[in-house]
Design a protein. Structure first.
Length: 474
């Protein structure tokens, strides 16, 4: 297929939807986990630093929307929700304590892409747009000779909000008929389709273009957000939390099919695969459900897994507190590409190499910051910042009242003695609380890098599409 045809997005996406649809549908039944990538040679962690010398590496970046890390087997979950992802982690790098920068997709993804906290991006409200001045990974990788292709299904990261910057193709694949076996615990499935469309588009891109030049392929998957599952994956129970687990297993099967294509084409030999999430999901651990409402661990503790073009044996587990803003600085160092210097994130390659030696860096940054404007979807209300600061095992949460007349709630948790972070230690640890309170105040005093995030008018049709995702926007 010629470049001119590839540049015609409507033609190209139609091919993506039609050419491989039957094959992908067949593959998405829950076959045994494809472990072809495990047959790659096992190399020591010292080989990681040599990757920067290669000029043939591809990057596949997969964001699984609404996936909390503690529901994956590789993160200690007892249910078998994630055999494919667990197999990747078993031969790669897993970050055991990773933190998203918000519990709402747009704010979280703006931080993930730019490496800046929400207070620095300024992208905290429903109508905010990433400014053109932002330097996005797709732009950096395109300048480094990568073809940058992105497929998404979440309207909060649409091109109209600035997320397309640097991508040659950045598109929401057209939804096709929903597989008859698919079900969902949320009512929006009929409106948004499933991730089969995203995978079909990705497979067709790779089929046509995998040998043309090195590529950066971004997939943003939504089936966990929608709790999509089928009878074969519905093995955990009938409760809403059970169905969430079933949707993880369904998505894990989708990725199993996708990875089977990578193995068939030999792409695991020269591709770095990264799996992350924008935020988690609450199941009434403290009376709250869903996300985009609070910043407790259940909605902000997310997976981060890296698989390299070779197998690590043993696998590396980084126990240090990390954040989504660290993802791209880390990948840029692995690839040998200069990263922007004005980020809040930092490369975690030193921690990776230390963990491979069974040690920890004594000077490793163990802090983290998350932010949510409580009024992000309220057109006529002033911002009410909800923040959480972590340092080591401690998390300090500052939750504002719904209006200025209501008090702010402060809480302090210590996961070293309370892994679920349900026991408030504020009164028992006043000095620690004061330190983290000061860190929160310092972050809230940050000025946006680009002064003020631009805004745009959103018509009622688009608002209804976003409401269909389950968000309340008056």
């Amino acid at each position: 297929m010629t470049k001119s045809i590839l540049e015609n997005r409507s033609v190209w996406l139609a091919a993506a939807a039609l050419v491989v649809i039957s094959v992908v549908t067949w593959q998405l039944t829950h076959r045994p986990v494809d472990k072809t990538h495990e047959q790659r040679p096992a190399l020591p962690a010292t080989e990681i630093t040599k990757l920067a010398e290669r000029d043939d590496l591809n990057v596949i970046f997969i964001v699984i929307d609404t996936l909390r890390s503690d529901r994956l087997g590789s993160y200690g979950y007892k249910r078998n929700t994630s055999p494919t992802l667990d197999a990747l982690a078993a031969g790669g790098i897993r970050f055991a304590n990773n933190l998203s920068q918000s519990s709402w997709t747009k704010a979280s993804m703006a931080s993930m892409w730019t490496g800046l906290y929400p207070t620095k991006t300024g992208v905290t409200r429903f109508d905010h747009v990433i400014p053109d001045e932002a330097v996005m990974p797709a732009e950096i990788l395109s300048d480094a000779g990568f073809r940058s292709i992105g497929f998404y299904r979440n309207g909060w990261i649409a091109p109209t909000f600035g997320f397309q910057q640097g991508f040659e193709i950045y598109s929401n694949p057209p939804a096709r008929p929903i597989p008859p076996q698919a079900k969902a615990a949320k009512p929006t499935l009929s409106q948004v389709g499933t991730d089969e469309s995203t995978v079909a588009a990705a497979v067709e891109f790779l089929r046509v273009s995998r040998n043309d030049q090195k590529f950066f392929l971004y997939l943003h998957l939504m089936d966990v957000h929608e709790y999509v599952y089928d009878e074969e994956s519905a093995i955990f129970g009938a409760g809403i939390s059970d169905k969430y687990d079933s949707s993880i297993l369904w998505t894990d099967g989708t990725l199993n099919a996708f990875f089977a294509y990578l193995a068939h084409w030999g792409l695991f030999d020269n591709t770095i695969v990264v799996v992350a999430a924008d935020h988690g999901e609450a199941f009434r651990e403290r009376g709250l459900e869903g996300h985009a409402r609070a910043l407790y661990r259940e909605s902000t503790t997310t997976p981060w897994i890296i698989t390299l073009p070779f197998r690590l044996d043993p696998a590396i587990v980084v126990q240090t507190q990390t954040e989504n803003v660290d993802i791209w600085p880390t990948l840029f160092e692995i690839l040998g590409i200069d990263a922007p210097t004005f980020t809040d994130g930092r490369s975690r390659v030193p921690e990776i190499l230390a963990a491979a030696q069974g040690t920890a860096l004594p000077d490793s940054d163990t802090s983290g910051f998350t932010h949510l404007d409580r009024h992000w979807g309220q057109r006529d209300k002033e911002p009410r910042p909800f923040v959480a600061v972590t340092d080591g095992s401690f998390r300090y949460v500052e939750s504002p009242g719904a209006n200025a007349e209501l008090p702010t709630l402060e809480e302090l948790f210590d996961r070293s003695t309370d892994p679920a972070e349900l026991e408030d230690r504020l009164e028992a640890e006043p000095d620690r609380a004061e330190d983290l309170r000061a860190m929160a105040a310092e972050r809230l005093a940050d000025e946006p890098v680009w002064k003020e995030a631009p805004t745009r008018d959103i018509d009622e049709f688009e608002l209804n599409q976003l409401r269909a995702l389950g968000y309340s926007i008056p």
